[in-house]
Design a protein around this ligand. Structure first.
Ligand SMILES: C[S@@+](CC[C@H](N)C(=O)[O-])C[C@H]1O[C@@H](n2cnc3c(N)ncnc32)[C@H](O)[C@@H]1O
Length: 276
């Protein structure tokens, strides 16, 4: 099936679907591609791509800039603060207390693996701050990564507009954790000081440089094909401390990987697993 991008360029949808699967792990269908028509049109304009052959050459030339722009073209960066509040309630009332009280950790390491524009990582940090202020004795660090250049740059800046900051945060939380810069709300430095941000494509080979107590990988794996999902899960297993937890969203599960992980005994246990 062909998609007409503009008067000069039409392109075989299956070529785009294959590129996305091979390079990002994400499974697209034809409907998803047609929803990107406007983005594709802007993309060929921005890159002065005039013919289908030029578009194919752009797709097939593997250099960092090309890939980066293509990732940004195809990603779905939907996210917001306190997305799935049950998860964050569990983080506050069960997961962090489990690390501090049962595992006797005084330093907790977290990796949010597909953090998009940063709201998930900052929500995690806000909860850590609240617990520290209410007397829990631990320090923490959060690594936040995403494939999307555009998303990770915003995450790193910690700057959000009125609409973004009000998606999930209460006025009290906005007051406590942000300051104003013009029409933007900026995350306070005492939170940002605990965090690092970097681009990472999770379907490329991993170096396990550090092991983490908590891996947060929400709303990503259900977009992946089996090969990509398996790659991420097996690498996550090697990246997790023995008593660590791997957390997914409520709509994802690791039933196919029961030889690696067992369900953790938290009340919302369906999306949290620990090593066998
Ligand atoms: C729907 S968002 C989820 C954001 C956040 N985890 C949440 O639950 O709100 C999915 C994110 O996965 C990222 N992503 C897609 N493919 C990826 C890959 N191969 N490696 C790393 N991140 C990827 C996208 O850029 C996007 O920001």
């Amino acid at each position: 099936m062909l998609i007409k991008i503009n008067d000069q360029i039409q392109c075989d949808v299956s070529v785009l679907i294959n590129w996305i699967k091979e390079n990002m792990g994400v499974l697209y269908n034809e409907r998803n591609i047609f929803a990107l028509e406007k983005r594709l049109r802007n993309f060929v304009d921005t890159h002065s791509i005039k013919t289908e052959a030029e578009l194919m050459s752009f797709l097939n030339t593997h250099n960092v800039n090309n890939e980066q722009d293509l990732y940004d073209l195809f990603v779905n960066n939907e996210t917001f603060f306190y997305r799935e509040p049950k998860f964050f309630e569990s983080l506050k009332n069960e997961i962090i207390p489990y690390f501090v009280n049962e595992c006797k950790k005084d330093h907790i390491t977290v990796w949010t693996m597909a953090c998009s524009t940063g709201q998930e990582a900052y929500t995690t940090a806000m909860i850590m701050e609240e617990l520290c202020h209410s007397g829990s004795k631990f320090t923490y660090e959060i690594r936040a990564t995403d494939i999307s250049h555009r998303a990770i740059e915003q995450a790193k800046s910690g700057e959000y507009d009125h609409l973004e900051i009000n998606r999930g945060l209460t006025p009290d939380q906005i007051e406590k954790f942000t300051y104003r810069k013009g029409d933007k709300f900026c995350i306070n430095n005492n939170i940002k000081n605990h965090m690092t941000f970097e681009k990472k494509n999770l379907i490329r080979p991993w170096m396990v440089e550090q092991q983490y107590d908590l891996l947060i990988c929400r709303n990503l794996l259900y977009y992946f094909d089996d090969v990509a999902r398996s790659h991420v899960v097996k690498n996550a297993f090697n990246t997790l401390n023995n008593d660590g937890l791997f957390c997914l969203s409520g709509s994802e599960n690791l039933f196919d990987y029961q030889s690696f992980f067992r369900h953790a005994k938290f009340y919302a246990s369906f999306n949290k697993v620990t090593k066998r």
